[in-house]
Design a protein around this ligand. Structure first.
Ligand SMILES: [Zn+2]
Length: 229
């Protein structure tokens, strides 16, 4: 067993000494030790130095136009939904609150998708361009598969659409397509009428009709259902 070195005992007091939380006897002991011990004087100097280093971090400067640039960027990416001009310049919030708000906004963009796109009709992308693993169920798709995108009204909850399709026997998953959340389903052409019926029941008759003659040539369909206007 070794006694703790007297230096270490002093060093252990640095934090409380700095915070002025030592009792007078401890302070007197420590200061007497400083008078006698250059090692501990030097140690304390570097201790204080490291504190002011951290202190400096808190005061890190944010460029004056940081807020404006970020809000402008969000405004652009959300196609004008968030941070309209008047909002940007009227905004005066603490930096931390602003960062928290940013996280919420980015989260909202990610999870709900933000788009004013008005023409999301049935697409005719040949799936031969798809690589296995592109889509959650991509591995199950053969060379004959065909990718279809279907738009449902924005008021329709895609979670409910997915649930209804599952209830009708179609496996569904979620994916993000061009920053929009999409329901993805694999459908065999022969099951298309049942799928269309289940989709219409869940999302209403406004749902874009599939281009059935084209689709009929493809035995496997990868259907992506997105909200749109
Ligand atoms: Zn010492």
């Amino acid at each position: 067993m070794t006694e703790p070195s007297p230096h270490q005992e002093m060093i252990d007091l640095f934090s409380d000494y700095y915070d002025e939380e030592l009792d007078p006897v401890q302070v007197a002991n420590l200061e007497a030790h400083f008078d006698a011990c250059e090692t501990c004087r030097e140690e304390y100097r570097s201790f204080k130095g490291s504190l002011s280093l951290f202190g400096g971090l808190k005061e890190a400067h944010v460029p004056d136009d940081f807020l404006k640039e970020v809000t402008t960027s969000i405004n652009r990416q959300s196609r004008g939904t968030f941070f309209k001009e008047s909002w940007i310049f009227g905004l005066r919030v603490p930096y931390e609150a602003f960062i928290a708000l940013l996280l919420v906004v980015f989260g909202a963009i990610y999870f709900f998708g933000v788009s004013n796109r008005s023409t999301y009709v049935v697409a005719d992308d040949e799936a031969s361009e798809m690589q296995p693993g592109d889509a959650p169920m991509g591995r199950a798709l053969g060379a004959q598969s065909h990718q279809v995108q279907v738009q449902v009204p924005r008021s329709i909850d895609l979670q409910k659409v997915a649930a209804a399709l599952r209830q009708a026997g179609f496996a569904t998953s979620f994916d993000v397509v061009e920053s929009e959340v999409a329901v993805v389903a694999n459908v065999q052409s022969k099951d298309l009428p049942a799928f269309q019926k289940a989709l219409a029941a869940a999302a209403g008759d406004d749902v874009q009709r599939f281009d059935e003659p084209t689709l009929a040539r493809h035995p496997n369909l990868s259907v992506r259902i997105l909200n749109g206007d």
